[in-house]
Design a protein around this ligand. Sequence first.
Ligand code: URA
Length: 425
Amino acid sequence: MNILTVIENKKNKQELSLEEIKYVVNGFVAGQIPDYQMSAFLMAVLLNGMSIEETINLTDVMIKSGDTLDLSFLNSKIVDKHSTGGVGDKTTLIVAPIVASLGVKVFKMSGRGLGHTGGTIDKLEAIKGFKTTIDKKDLLKQIENIGICIAAQTASLAPADKKIYALRDVTGTTNSIPLIASSIMSKKIAGGADYIVLDVKVGNGALMKNEQDARLLADYILKIGKHYNKKVVCLLTNMNEPLGNSVGNGLEVLESIDLLKNKGPKDLKEIVLALASQMVHYGLDISLDEAYIKCQESLENQKALQKFEELVKWQGGDISKIAVSDKVVSLKSPKTGFITDIDTLKIGLLAKELGAGRMKENEKIDYGVGLVLNKKVGDYVTEGEELVKIYMNEKDLPLQEVVSCFTIDTDKIDKRNLIIDILSN
Ligand code: URA
């Protein structure tokens, strides 16, 4: 077998055998297949897809590229969540502490930014000193002691995903159903989760632009879950505008802390409570309604906030030192009317251009930059009123580009439903 034949086979829309998938993935992890050939392979998968059987095989090879975590010694159900990625999507920073504050153990293996979407690990690293690389022994100790750990992929858990994910980020190969499904599920299964809640984002700011593709992605994820005997719930949620108001790493941490103080934006709270209650429902074996009330209480009585503070301290962070640039430009609305659309993909790309995300692998990012939207879809704005604040540092943005992300019209439109559907296996 050789890599050129496998690339050609996928280019010609052939179904790959398990042997071929093993050859590519293991060869890439071992450093025998260079980035340029792997990039060509990933692009062929993006363009021509993979069947569910190929995707299960890909997931399996990625899981077996490293260790799997056995958390059975905790004598507790292990619940996990993941998002397929969006703009301003900071839910993990709030959901994980809510769930852990209610006594359900959470081990969350998270990623960095992918394409125009942000990543939990980059956000947490905006907190000074916060360590995201934790070895297996320490993370087990942490989960046992405080019931929560959010870490980057270790070298030992699904290393194939870690390496492929970083390459996808900079080669335009992010929005592929088999690549997303295998990436997420290999991490979740290697991380030892019994029950997985997935936030499948749909819309112009998501990797899946329309509901049909999002449903297909959910179907792949649910089938992979079933293959591994894991209970999976997928929430299809709207990503036609950023979630919450803040986009950018440090800014998103601040907004998350606001919500943990039971303040933050309503849309963010709605998704957070929907995800957290699914996890608590399973983790504590109580009804979904009871779980929802408990999650709400955890925000109200600030138990979730305390859990977040405990997490930050345990992982070496200083919560009083969150990177936020002090060079701020306020952009005003050019006219009066209702916001009828926000080009969310463009907002994500502009944040990346400011330095919040990477253009090249291993590039340093700027944790302090980003945008804070003062107006969301359905809001009324008057000419000269603030539309958005831009937090910049070394890189500038063409301001007109930011204004052009907002469509302002005379007719009011209704707010869109945030939760489109809930599917499970
Ligand atoms: N999150 C992941 O872990 N992988 C993807 O491909 C997309 C979102």
